[in-house]
Write a new protein. Structure first.
Ligand code: MG
Length: 322
């Protein structure tokens, strides 16, 4: 195994050598020489632990009581649904004012789906996502979580879907200047709004198209936009990934959000006992210098006022061990 910094150098040298002999095209060289892992050494940031929770997960009569509880239990991020977001901007800004809690990600809430075989459905997805992205930017959110299509949402075949999303099927056949794509358009809108799209890989029960972090990261690399990033959800990763650490390493610099739940039943972390081990994944997050939120997206078996603070404690303990 080659050390990361040596590997980077090796790839760059290989790219230069290939240029000299004219072996491959310039797009191919540029793309292969890039690496999803952030640079090692002095420039690398130390990972930070920022625990977040979805609004519906936290106990409390209204938003203000929920935020009081989150503050008390050490949560620093609030994740909300995107459905009504443009109308909630002021409410959320006022509720978060003066608190140590910031808006983390926005979870879905758009209409239609991106890889539909129906143009109207695709356009509906595009326009509703843009509306949410504009509001997400005003709120300083890290991004809007999207799924290209769920099972049961009639879509184009895989290769065509990939082409629709990124503008080409393989980077060695692409023409940067001529390229238009759904994610390219969304990425540009998101970046202008000061936020991003967060692609979420799901397990096979829920979708066929995007199931692993490595595949999601490869889509991000192909689109090559500051407005397109990836997230990982420990629940889905339980079923699809062979190694949590490996998955986060493949996601690398494209990883900008994480969901967490118990690993047998998708309840609060800790409610499935021994199965709720995230240490290997947290090691991966530390290795990539992860700077964003780990957010609870889960159901609940016990009393919320006990299991939600217990989940934060478990996450902090396992992070320290990683
Ligand atoms: Mg999720």
């Amino acid at each position: 195994m080659i050390h990361q910094s040596n590997r980077r150098e090796f790839l760059q040298r290989t790219a230069l050598a290939a240029t000299a002999i004219g072996a491959v095209g310039s797009t191919a060289l540029r793309t292969r020489a890039e690496d999803a892992l952030p640079a090692g050494g002095e420039g690398k940031k130390q990972a930070v632990l920022k625990i977040s929770a979805q609004e519906g997960v936290v106990p409390g009569k209204g938003l203000s009581e929920k935020l009081d509880n989150m503050e008390k239990w050490g949560y620093v991020g609030l994740e909300v649904g995107g459905g009504n977001l443009p109308k909630r901007v002021k409410e959320l800004q006022d509720a978060l004012k003066g608190r140590p809690i910031k808006l983390s990600a926005i979870c879905a809430g758009f209409q239609g789906w991106l890889i539909s075989d129906d143009k109207e459905t695709r356009e509906k997805a595009l326009s509703s996502m843009k509306e949410i992205l504009t509001a997400a930017g005003e709120l300083g959110s890290t991004g809007l979580i999207i799924v290209p299509a769920f099972n049961g949402q009639k879509s184009v075949p895989h290769k065509q879907a990939r082409e629709m999303l990124t503008g080409f099927t393989r980077w060695d056949r692409s023409n940067d200047k001529a390229r238009t794509s759904l994610l390219g358009e969304l990425g540009e809108h998101a970046a202008k709004a000061g936020t991003r799209i967060l692609l979420e890989p799901l397990n096979r029960d829920e979708c066929y198209f995007l199931r692993t972090l490595a595949d999601g990261a490869s889509i991000c690399r192909d689109v090559n936009s500051p407005g397109i990033a990836l997230m990982g959800d420990f629940w889905h990763m339980t079923w699809e990934e062979t190694c949590d650490m490996g998955a986060f390493l493949s996601a690398g610099k494209y990883l900008r959000h994480v969901h967490i739940a118990s690993r047998k039943d998708r309840k609060t972390p800790g409610e499935d006992g021994e199965a709720d081990n995230y240490i290997n994944g947290f090691k991966g997050l530390k290795m990539i210098g992860y700077q964003d939120y780990i957010s609870l997206e889960c159901g609940c078996r016990g009393d919320r006022s006990e299991v939600i603070p217990a989940a934060a404690k478990l996450i902090r303990e396992q992070w320290a061990k990683a």
